[in-house]
Design a protein around this ligand. Structure first.
Ligand code: PMP
Length: 308
C-alpha cells in the first residue's frame, strides 16, 4: 500500500482520493496542518504536534472538529492502512527505512465562494501517511548547502509565521530560488538582515561553543524538533542562546545545522557562496544528532549517523 489517505475519517485508496473544488484550503490556502513522523511506525511527539495544530487553528479562527484522542486514533488507522509495499531506498538514512510521514490537514471546509470565513462551517480533515523521504545518508555525512532568500528590500512573507497554515507560496518560491542554486534549503532572511528560519526548518549556529538560534519572537515557527534539540543541548551542558541571528553571524559560524521533523539534525556546510567553518559537519552538530537519535529511536536506534 505505502500511502494511506483518510478524508473526514474515511479511508480512501490514494488513487481515488479527491477533495471538493470549493474547499477553502484549495481555493485560499485556508487551512492549518502538521507533519508528524513515525519511528518503528509509531507516531513520534504527537502531543506537541497536536498542541501546535490547536495553536495554529486558534490563530486562524479555525475549528478542529476532532478531539486529540480521535485525531490520534485516526492517525493510527491511516498509518496502519499505509503498511507494506515499501521500496528499498539504498541512499536513505537507516533510521528512515520503512517509516511514514503523516500530514494532518484541517481546512475551513467548503461554502459559497468568497473570502468571508463565515461562508463555511464544516471543517474538513485530511490525513496522509506517506513513505518518509528524509535527506539521504550522504547529506548527514557531508552536510548540505543552503541559500539565503529575502533580506533588505527582498520579498516579504505574508501571514503569521507562528501558525502552520496552507498559505505557502512564499516558501515555494524561496525553495525554487534555493534549488536554482543547487541548495538543499532556503534560509529566510528578514528585512533587517536576520536569518529567521528555513523554508521548512529551524536554523542553528554554533559559535565559540555556544549554540545559537533565533528566538520564537523573531517570526518563526516553534519547531517541535527545535525544542527537543534545545532541551538536549541543555542536558549535554552546551550553552544555548536564543537570539536574533544576523546572516553575517551565520556565515561566520563554526558550525550550522537545520532541524525539522523529517530532517532531525542536518549539518549545513554552506550558506550562499560561503563555507561554514571548515566546510564539513561539525562536532557539536554530531553530538546533538547522536543524542537526538538515541532519544527518537527507530531502526538502528541509538546509533550515531556515520560521518566522514
Ligand atoms: N519552520 C517552518 C516554516 C516549517 O515549515 C517547519 C516544518 N514543520 C519547521 C520550521 C520545523 O518544525 P518541526 O521541527 O516541528 O518539523
Amino acid at each position: 500500500m505505502t500511502i494511506g489517505v483518510s478524508i473526514d475519517g474515511v479511508l480512501v485508496p490514494a488513487g481515488e482520493a479527491r477533495v471538493p473544488v470549493f474547499d477553502r484550503g484549495f481555493l485560499y490556502g485556508d487551512s492549518v496542518y502538521e507533519v508528524i513522523r513515525t519511528y518503528g511506525l509509531a507516531p513520534f511527539a504527537t502531543t506537541p504536534h497536536l498542541d501546535r495544530l490547536a495553536a495554529s487553528a486558534e490563530r486562524t479562527a479555525l475549528r478542529i472538529p476532532w478531539s486529540d484522542a480521535r485525531m490520534e486514533e485516526e492517525i493510527g488507522r491511516v498509518v496502519q492502512a499505509s503498511r507494506g509495499g515499501d521500496e528499498d531506498d539504498p541512499e536513505g538514512a537507516p533510521w528512515n527505512r520503512g517509516e511514514r510521514s503523516i500530514r494532518v490537514v484541517v481546512t475551513r471546509g467548503s461554502g459559497e465562494m468568497g473570502l468571508d470565513p463565515g461562508l463555511a462551517s464544516d471543517p474538513m480533515v485530511v490525513l496522509l501517511a506517506l513513505p518518509l523521504r528524509g535527506p539521504p545518508l550522504s547529506a548527514y555525512r557531508k552536510g548540505v548547502p543552503t541559500w539565503p532568500v529575502g533580506g533588505p528590500g527582498g520579498p516579504r512573507r505574508g501571514g503569521d509565521p507562528s501558525a502552520k497554515t496552507g498559505e505557502h507560496l512564499f516558501h515555494v518560491l524561496a525553495v525554487r530560488e534555493a534549488r536554482a542554486h543547487d541548495a538543499h534549503e532556503a534560509l529566510l532572511v528578514d528585512g533587517s538582515g536576520y536569518v529567521t528560519e528555513g523554508a521548512s526548518s529551524n536554523v542553528f549556529a554554533v559559535r565559540g561553543g555556544v549554540l545559537e538560534t533565533p528566538p520564537l519572537g523573531a517570526g518563526i515557527l516553534a519547531g517541535v524538533t527545535r525544542a527537543l534539540v534545545v532541551g538536549i543541548a541543555r542536558d549535554l551542558g552546551i550553552p544555548v542562546q536564543e537570539r536574533p541571528l544576523p546572516l553575517s553571524a551565520l556565515e561566520g559560524a563554526d558550525e550550522a545545522f537545520l532541524t525539522s521533523t523529517v530532517r532531525e539534525v542536518l549539518p549545513v556546510v554552506r550558506v550562499g557562496d560561503r563555507a561554514i567553518g571548515r566546510g564539513e559537519p561539525g562536532p557539536v552538530t554530531g553530538r546533538l544528532h547522536a543524542a537526538f537519535r538515541e532519544r527518537a529511536g527507530g531502526h538502528e536506534s541509538g546509533k550515531a549517523p556515520p560521518r566522514g
